[in-house]
Ligand binder design. Sequence first.
Ligand SMILES: [Zn+2]
Length: 108
Amino acid sequence: MTRKRDPKAKFSCPYCRSSDTVWRGYRYNEKTKKRMRLCNSCGRKFTPDSMFFRMRFHPDEIKRALELRKKGFSLAEARLRLQREGVRVSRWTISLWEKRYGKKFSQK
Ligand SMILES: [Zn+2]
């Protein structure tokens, strides 16, 4: 089964993953202004270009990836398993999670 990448996914809500979002106003920085999108499902606002990549994955998915790694799966194997569970993630991302969240999730 191959799933085509939804072109609208880029604009889907990083909080609830709804794709029901609309352009709504701007967020101003010192030098730049960024367009904001409003999520019609949960009512939160986000800037697609900055938050999308950071908030794309659910903590449970990150936890699951780290669990697989702890069980001894290689990055490639862990990636494949996640893919079967419907989580599209790169090996690079998994290794990033390990660096960033590895300690946090191993403390129990
Ligand atoms: Zn939302």
